[in-house]
Ligand binder design. Structure first.
Ligand code: SF4
Length: 332
């Protein structure tokens, strides 16, 4: 049995978890909000350690990461559970499931690294459900992966306490953070969480110099107003105007019956964000121009994307081959 990190005993057999800002108090034989950290007779246990719901070799663009080894493939894995409860969750079948509600296979850290290498991938991405609640497993696997020269990627909601994040940062190469809205009431109403911890996480990752991209799931009528987009874009701009920002098209899922985000809304938001930010993309929608990378200085095409076909037509390493501008992009 693996024991969890970041918890202590409260009284008797009751424990408190400090991995994420919920700070759950957990009675014996119960789990926290994330469903996967369980009090077993007074000891907090990460129930999903080495237990995997989904595994695949994906294009790195699918994470989405558009400025991190473009065109490469990454060994991707996830488990079950999440510490948020977004009513529009696009992956709810695994994120809102407990370990008993979903078939899981055992994949040790050694096995994950071996398979990532056999598949000749750039590295391992912890994705599909929330990887930070899988802390002990991602930490052990990331350590091994790094020793073998693999890159380590997290696709996360960013809802984690500072100390556990600080320990993961030296093992991380890239992160995509889902920033749902620059609005605390949105987080409280629709996600069962708060905005500030996510902002703190993004800021820490940026300060640590780890490659960072941000995704916003665009929900028409909920977080797409010009004012809401202005607030989001302004915040990203003040942090770093060259952080790639992805607007992802939402489809009806979980408890949300909104129709798919209309292409006109995707286009309007993309154009608004491009007025301030250097790299803005649309995702989950066929939009070649809005998924390609253009030089923020001379405007020439740098990376052409059509679906998951990727071609670096205008790059010379990480510079625009037309005007020489350095592009915020990690390349081989
Ligand atoms: S990681 Fe899970 S158990 Fe721990 S505080 Fe967060 S939701 Fe609660």
């Amino acid at each position: 049995m693996v024991e969890a990190r970041f918890w202590n005993t409260v009284t008797g057999k009751k424990v408190q978890c400090f991995l994420c800002p919920h700070h759950c108090m957990i009675s014996a034989q119960k789990s926290g909000i994330c469903r996967v950290r369980t009090n077993q007779n007074g000891i907090l246990v990460p129930e999903t350690y080495a237990r995997v719901s989904s595994i695949a070799v994906d294009p790195v663009e699918k994470k989405p990461l558009y400025h991190f080894f473009p065109g490469s493939r990454i060994f991707s894995m996830g488990s079950v559970g999440c510490n948020l409860g977004c009513y529009f969750c696009q992956n709810w079948r695994i994120s809102q499931a407990s370990p008993l509600e979903c078939p899981l296979q055992d994949v040790s850290p050694e096995e994950a690294v071996k398979r990532a290498m056999e598949e000749n991938t750039v590295g391992i991405a912890f994705t599909y459900n929330e990887p930070f609640i899988w802390w002990e497993y991602v930490f052990d696997t990331a350590k091994l992966a790094r020793k073998k020269g693999l890159k380590v990627v997290f696709v996360t909601n960013g809802y984690i306490e500072k100390e556990p994040l600080r320990e993961l940062l030296p093992l991380s190469d890239a992160m995509n953070i889902d920033l749902k809205a620059m609005d605390d009431s949105f987080y409280r109403k629709y996600c069962k969480g708060r905005l500030q911890p996510v902002i703190d996480t993004i800021t820490m990752i940026h300060e640590a110099g780890i490659h960072l991209e941000i995704t916003n799931l665009l929900l028409a009528g909920l977080n797409d107003s010009p004012v809401a987009i202005e607030r989001l874009v302004e915040w990203v701009y003040n942090l770093d105007s060259e952080i790639p920002l992805h607007f992802s098209r939402a489809f009806p899922a979980y408890q949300c019956n909104l129709p798919p985000t209309p292409p006109a809304v995707m286009g309007r938001v993309w154009r608004q964000a491009r007025e301030k930010l250097s790299y803005v993309y649309q995702g989950n929608i066929a939009a070649d121009e809005a998924s390609s990378t253009f030089c923020s200085s001379c405007g020439k095409l740098l990376v052409e994307r059509s679906g998951y076909a990727v071609s670096s037509v205008g790059l010379q390493r990480d510079r625009c081959r037309h005007c020489g501008k350095q592009v915020k992009m990690v390349v081989k």
